[in-house]
Design a protein around this ligand. Structure first.
Ligand SMILES: C[S@@+](CC[C@H](N)C(=O)[O-])C[C@H]1O[C@@H](n2cnc3c(N)ncnc32)[C@H](O)[C@@H]1O
Length: 219
């Protein structure tokens, strides 16, 4: 099927319980954050933590929280978790711990949020590369309307970038796309930048195979 016509089930396949469940979430931090990020994508998790901490605001929405590793490392007192996968929502909320107000929204990245919802920041860390097709760029662009004026949309995503990838990265990226774990075969930095166009302070940089981005809703 051409990626332009990716159907609803396919575009949400990266949230399936076959990929993220209690067992796989238990090993995710060690395998992905501990090994793959530095050795294969060549972007140390420390860089992603700094990026996350620098941009998360007091009222924060995380889309695709996974194990909650990054959420455990921010100071935001109000955290909203959005994920289609219930195991990820449960793992992330448990990880955040007490003393913070946490809300869960179980829905797809593509499903609309309530109209009046506004956040100081919206984070999408390692989410976009899980989603096949091109519709994700339009949805990313739409999310700015859920920021308060001055609020920040930020995150990171693995790009296939065959000219910069080492052989292991190329093999792993292709394999993940074949298995449906990733859907980034056609993603480019230009797609990401186009989705953020018109926002303020747009920043997008590549560290190894990972694009780190941030942009603010104008005041
Ligand atoms: C690779 S994990 C990222 C976890 C975490 N953000 C991190 O960086 O460690 C991707 C997360 O996005 C969620 N996800 C993937 N596709 C989604 C979709 N279409 N809608 C909602 N959540 C999705 C998965 O369930 C999972 O929790």
């Amino acid at each position: 099927m051409p990626t332009g016509s990716t159907d609803h089930r396919d575009r949400d396949r990266g949230a399936s319980s076959g990929i993220y469940n209690r067992g796989t979430l238990r090993i995710y931090d060690a395998a992905v954050l501990g090994v793959t990020n530095s050795l294969i994508w060549r972007c140390p998790t420390r860089t992603l933590v700094d990026h996350y901490r620098n941009h998360a605001g007091p009222s924060h929405l995380d889309i695709g929280p996974g194990t909650g590793y990054f959420l455990e490392r921010i100071d935001s007192p109000l955290i909203t978790l959005l994920d289609l996968n219930g195991a990820s929502l449960a793992a992330a909320e448990a990880r955040i711990g007490s003393g913070k107000k946490v809300e869960q929204i179980r829905q797809s990245f593509f499903s609309p949020l309530e109209d009046e919802r506004r956040f100081d920041s919206i984070g999408l860390n390692f989410l976009l590369h899980c989603i096949p097709g091109r519709a994700k760029w339009d949805r990313l662009a739409e999310l700015r309307r859920h920021l308060r004026p001055g609020g920040t949309l930020f995150g990171s995503t693995v790009l296939p970038g065959t000219s910069t990838a080492n052989p292991l990265a190329r093999v792993l990226n292709r394999t993940y796309n074949r298995l449906g774990v990733f859907g980034n075969a056609e993603d480019t930095m230009a797609d990401l930048e186009a989705a953020l166009a018109g926002m303020a302070d747009v920043r997008a940089r590549q560290v190894g195979q990972v694009a780190l981005f941030s942009a603010r809703r104008p005041e």
